[in-house]
Design a protein around this ligand. Structure first.
Ligand SMILES: CC(C)(COP(=O)(O)OP(=O)(O)OC[C@H]1O[C@@H](n2cnc3c(N)ncnc32)[C@H](O)[C@@H]1OP(=O)(O)O)[C@@H](O)C(=O)NCCC(=O)NCCS
Length: 169
């Protein structure tokens, strides 16, 4: 019998479309995910408004993370998360989010490694809640350099939290 890890499903990134929003909305509502990221979920209205702005903004590179599905005989593609480059405070930043039921399968690590090959914008910044050890580990594995920590203020979107800043030069 062969030994070792089970085979990994094919994973790809593709441009986000309006048809993907229902799944992404469900992912962004998950309480555990928001705790980890230090975020507050958007209302459906706020979420849809945000995405209308994103679709109209050529400065955003918004991708869904898709695998060849494990359900059914046709292995139909399944969305497992999202990853985007966007502007924040004048910097190009990357952010990612994996659906709760897909955690721990290496998808964020693979998606970020692929994203930084496909999108060569540099410097590319990233932030993580400083207690989000999982995301910080992924950033460091992908070559992002730790810049420092600062206190993030409470906003409509974020909880007050210490934030770790990273950059890929
Ligand atoms: C953070 C998140 C993206 C991780 O996604 P994922 O697909 O489960 O991550 P992966 O399976 O690719 O990798 C997890 C890595 O973190 C490691 N890890 C897990 N818990 C850890 C911890 N407490 N401390 C350090 N490393 C940890 C794992 O061992 C693994 O690393 P390895 O492959 O080198 O062993 C996902 O949990 C998520 O979307 N959370 C909510 C949103 C969020 O936090 N987004 C990031 C904002 S910066």
């Amino acid at each position: 019998m062969p030994t070792g890890s089970p085979p990994q499903p094919v994973l790809r990134l593709r441009p986000t479309t309006p048809a993907d929003l229902a799944v992404l909305f469900e992912f962004q509502c998950d309480p555990d995910s928001n705790d980890m990221a230090g975020t507050k979920p958007r209302t459906r209205e706020g979420f849809n408004e945000l995405w209308q702005r994103i679709f109209a903004d050529p400065g955003v590179n918004a991708r869904v993370i898709e695998i060849d599905g494990e359900r059914g005989d046709d292995h139909a593609p399944e969305i497992v998360g999202s990853i985007s480059r966007f502007q924040a405070e004048g910097n190009n930043c990357v952010g990612y989010w994996i659906g709760r039921r897909h955690w721990g399968k290496g998808f964020a690590s693979r998606a970020l490694a692929l994203f930084i090959i496909e999108d060569t914008t540099r410097p590319l910044h990233a932030t993580a809640a400083s207690d989000n050890a999982c995301s910080r580990h992924i950033l460091e594995k992908c070559g992002f350099r730790f810049v420092g920590c600062r206190m993030g203020e409470e906003t409509d979107r974020f909880t007050a939290r210490e934030i770790a800043d990273y950059v890929l030069d």
